[in-house]
Structures are given as C-alpha cells and as structure tokens.
Design a protein around this ligand. Structure first.
Ligand code: ADP
Ligand code: MG
Length: 369
C-alpha cells in the first residue's frame, strides 16, 4: 500500500525521450505536458448545463515528438504495448488519443507534419482521473511546442474531437479544459451554461486531499450513464425547462414522478458547487467537507450511481477522521476523494485497504491531489 508518486517533469520527459530513441530511432525535438484531474464537486451536472469544480493533479502525462518527412504518425507509450504506425485519420484504441490529435489538428485547418511521438505518464489509467485527456492534451502541447503556438481554444476543440470522433468517447469537455487551462493545485469552476471557467485556488492548510482508486470493475458504466442522461432530459422536459439548470428547488417540491430523485440530485448539486466554491474562498474547511459528504449521499441515494466499493471508501475515510468524502467521476467504480488532516492520511489508507481486503475486493490504490 503506497501513494502513487507524480514524479518530476525531467524524469518523465527523459523516459519518453529514451523510448522515442529506442523504439522509433527518432530524436526528440519538443515536449508537452498535461495534468490529470479530480473533480472536487459537481457530478453529472455537465450535460445538464450545470456547474463543476475539477482540480488539476500533480500527476501528468508527458509527450515528446519529432517531425517526419511524410504525413504519417508513429506512437509508443510506456503504458501500452507495441507501436502504432499509420494514417492518424484511422487511429483507434489508445492511438486515437495520441495519433488522433494529429488528425484533429489537421481537421482544424492546421498544417501539421507527420510525427513520431513517445508518451510517459504518472496518471493512473481508467481510474476516473482523466488519463485520456492528459494524453491527448500532452500531445497537442508537444505539437504546439514543435510547430509554433496554437490557439488554446483550437487545441481544446481538437483534443475533444480526437476523443469523440477517433476514440468514440463522448465527454463534456471538462477533462480537456482542465488539462489545457489549469495548473497543478488550481481548480476551475466550470459553468456549462455560459462556458465560463473561473480559477479557484485550492490550498487547504494542514489538510490533504486523498484520492482512493477503488480499482472496482465498472462494466455497467456506459449503459447507466446513457440512462441517467436520458432521465435528466425527461425531467427537464416534464418541468418545461430547457435543462435542469433552469430548475430551482421549490419547483421540485410536491412532484411525485419517477424522475424526481434524478432532478433533485442535479438541482441540489449545482447549489452545492456554488456553496463549496464560497466555502473554499472563505477557508471554511468543515463546511467544504460537509458539502462533499452531502454530494456523495445525493449521488448514492438520489442519482443511484455509487457502488459498494465507493460507499465503503467514503464511510471508512469519514470514520478515520475525514472532514468530508465523496465518490468522484461518473460512478460505478473509479475513485473516491477524502479531505483529511495530514496525520490521518496514512491511517485512512490503511483502514480502506483493510476494509477492502476483508471483503475480498481488489486492492485499492492511492494518490494525493
Ligand atoms: P480515464 O480517462 O478516466 O483514465 P478513459 O477510459 O477515459 O479513462 O481513458 C483510458 C484510455 O486512455 C486507456 O484505455 C488508453 O487507451 C488511453 N491512455 C491513457 N493514458 C495512456 C498512456 N499513458 N499510454 C497509453 N494509453 C493511454
Ligand atoms: Mg477519460
């Protein structure tokens, strides 16, 4: 049981450069970096024109690149076997997020040469910490460093398109926005109604944010996500609103319909994000913790996207002295977060690991945000 170390930029860039040389025989000409992220609060709100508050992690993905004489792409990663080699327009699998960015930047009208690229990363893959956007955005940053400045909004569109159109993973844009626009230790208040992003400094004194990767298998996630999304649309339609963002709590009172719990989560979660940002700014850390825990309860009871591994991680963290804890990400697995006094971090990790071992679940992993 240990904490996943973010490592240093120099160390990761050296690993990637060595891989570029050894696997592809190319010399690195430019490098790019993009952070993973953890969502502090505001879950299942992005597709309801709502609010969320993701925090950039110190854990990041690094890409090194070299130009080629033709228009093809080759890509290698310390975390993927083999080499992708070919036309970036047909890249699939992990190459969709790497080679696919070359395709997407060309689709945006940029003149991008063929590229050889190598990737190294400290972002755990598939843990709900956005390794996919860290990958695509690190490649975009490296290409910008190679060919000259690229408008960040073009990089945002291109990395979203690589993920949607090459990898077939429709996401709301939160992940790429954080990877491209936030520095580690900075949170961004994102408003999906007007597209605004407001930096929020996250530096709780004497407290740590522990990320618990449940490592739970989350096979259910896709179908359940679509069902929740459709449920929210029906709820908004039944209330005569364009989206649940336009609905307030009094408007829900008295409704007995099946969609009520879903709508109640989204409407109260938007309010919690606003209160959370205010409490962070005011340094009211017990209130910050309480809002995290109510967010978890709402996701568990009203939105029904938690699972036993997430609930146990949250409960054990609270029992070990966390000011607050919640699942983060879409649910049915992925990660939980806990806001803890520094001296409770190790006890909480030990208690969660032992609770999982006692239930014969996969061993959880930990990192500090
Ligand atoms: P998350 O973004 O939450 O980690 P996703 O399912 O969205 O999970 O993305 C994970 C996928 O991204 C992996 O299956 C792989 O295709 C790709 N990926 C992410 N990081 C890397 C990496 N360092 N090397 C190779 N592929 C990666
Ligand atoms: Mg992802």
């Amino acid at each position: 049981m240990h904490l996943i170390d973010p490592g240093t930029a120099g160390e990761h860039v050296r690993r990637a450069a060595t891989l570029l040389q050894s696997a592809l025989g190319a010399s690195p000409m430019a490098a790019g970096r993009a952070s993973g992220r953890v969502n502090l609060i505001g879950e299942h709100t992005d597709y309801n024109q709502g609010l969320c508050l993701p925090l950039a992690l110190p854990h990041a993905t690094y890409a090194v690149v070299a130009p080629r004489g033709d228009d093809q792409v080759r890509a290698v990663s310390t975390l993927a076997p083999g080499t992708y080699a070919g036309d970036p327009a047909t890249a699939g699998g992990w190459a969709a997020y790497s080679a696919g960015v070359v395709w997407a930047l060309r689709e945006e009208g940029l003149d991008i040469p063929g590229i050889d690229m190598a990737i190294a990363s400290s972002v755990p893959v598939g843990a709900g910490l956005s390794s996919s956007a860290a990958l695509s955005c690190s490649v975009a940053m490296a290409i910008a460093a190679l060919v000259g400045p690229i408008d960040p909004e073009v990089m945002l569109r291109a990395t979203m398109r690589a993920e949607h159109e090459r990898a077939g993973a429709p996401t709301g844009g939160m992940d790429q926005t954080v990877a491209l626009f936030a520095t580690p230790g900075e949170a961004l208040l994102l408003d999906f109604a007007d597209g605004s992003r407001t930096p929020v400094t996250w530096a709780p004194p004497g407290l740590a944010l522990l990320v618990i990767d449940t490592c739970a298998p989350h096979d259910l996630a896709d179908g359940q996500y679509a069902a929740r999304r459709a449920g929210c649309e029906s709820a908004a339609a039944a209330l005569g609103a364009a989206s649940l963002r336009q609905v307030d709590e009094p408007a829900l009172a008295g409704a007995a319909e099946a969609w009520l719990p879903l709508a109640r989560h989204v409407v109260t979660e938007n309010r919690r994000v606003e209160e959370f940002a205010q409490a962070v700014a005011a340094g009211e850390w017990p209130e910050v913790g309480a809002l995290m825990t109510s967010s978890h309860e709402s996701l568990r009871d009203d939105f029904a996207v938690s699972c036993d591994q997430l609930d146990v991680a949250v409960q054990v963290a609270l029992d070990t002295g966390a000011l607050g804890a919640r699942m983060t990400g879409g649910g049915f697995g992925g990660s939980a977060i806990a806001l803890l006094p520094e001296d409770r971090v190790q006890p909480a990790m030990a208690a969660v690991a032992s609770a999982y071992a006692g239930r014969h679940w996969r061993e959880p992993r930990f990192l500090r945000a």
